[in-house]
Design a protein around this ligand. Structure first.
Ligand SMILES: C[S@@+](CC[C@H](N)C(=O)[O-])C[C@H]1O[C@@H](n2cnc3c(N)ncnc32)[C@H](O)[C@@H]1O
Length: 271
């Protein structure tokens, strides 16, 4: 994949030439997870990986801003409940969908969830491989891994990479994923999440939203337009698909502060 491919509508967040300055706070998860206390050394390690990713892969706005160092899952109000259950029963399983570098996977491990209860999945292994360099756990990370599109029925169907988990997943987490998909793909993605959940299972996540639902910038491959749901349109879609209880909450999360004005306007939502 080349960096920032040509798009039919401009992506409003041009990748800066150099990464922003990382504060000591930015490095908390990485330092705790790796045990490396020398924060200057960690800063250089992150910058080196960021430059390598920039030269090879599509740089989402959250990657531009190095937001992949901060756990996102801990900011969701459902997290404490999921965490408590996952720690109390090794039979329960959680999927980190659209895991990217995998900061939430590492947060789950730090918080005491057994690695065998976690499967991390993304469209391709590209960011995930860099994540193993970032978190320095290439030889030790023992979570499940699967790569392919959650919009593809074959990915979660019997015989597919995630077929063994169909109907068995207690918790599906998708942080900042839906807004990178087209309208059609959001629907397909949500249907496959419902299909992989165990009875009583819960999907929770975050995405960028809009007060008025509609198309936004092009998808990274330029083949379609991303779609931003409003809280009510996402609520209706998830109910229509068959989720029994749906709660979509519009908000402006702290990580949106300091973003471009149009990004702040569209805000975020949790479900
Ligand atoms: C904006 S990043 C968010 C990453 C991470 N979850 C976070 O919270 O920082 C969106 C992620 O969704 C993944 N993604 C995009 N389309 C996908 C698809 N169809 N199926 C699964 N993952 C997808 C991308 O590869 C990327 O890792």
């Amino acid at each position: 994949m080349s960096s920032e491919p040509q798009q039919s509508s401009p992506y409003p967040y041009a990748t800066p030439d150099e990464p922003r300055h990382l504060t000591d706070d930015d490095l908390t998860l990485l330092s705790r997870y790796t045990g490396e206390k020398d924060l200057d050394k960690l800063r250089e390690h992150v910058y080196k990986i960021w430059r390598a990713v920039k030269s090879e892969l599509w740089i989402y706005a959250c990657i531009q801003r190095l937001m992949f160092l901060q756990p996102r899952i801990t900011g969701h109000s459902f997290y404490p409940k999921a965490l408590g259950a996952l720690k109390s029963s090794s039979e329960l399983h959680i999927l980190d969908i659209g895991c990217c570098f995998g900061q939430d996977t590492r947060q789950l491990i730090l918080d005491g969830v057994p690695a065998k209860s976690i499967t991390s999945t993304d469209l391709t292994p590209d960011y995930w491989k860099f994540g193993k360099d970032l978190f320095m756990d290439r030889d030790t990370l023992a979570v499940g891994e699967a790569f392919g599109s959650f919009t593809d029925p074959g990915f979660t169907a019997a015989g597919g990479p995630l077929g063994h988990l169909s109907g068995r997943v207690a918790y599906a987490w998708a942080g900042a994923v839906l807004h990178v998909l087209s309208e059609e793909d959001v629907e397909a993605f949500a249907k496959h999440v419902l299909g992989i959940l165990a009875p009583g299972g819960v999907w929770f996540g975050t995405c960028v939203g809009s007060d008025t639902a509609g198309e936004w910038a092009a998808t990274p491959d330029g083949s379609a337009k991303r779609y931003l749901h409003s809280p009510s349109s996402l609520q209706s879609l998830l109910q229509h698909i068959g989720f029994a209880q749906v709660d979509v909450v519009g908000s402006t999360p702290p990580e949106m502060n300091g973003m471009n004005a149009d990004m702040v306007q569209i805000g975020g939502q949790t479900f």
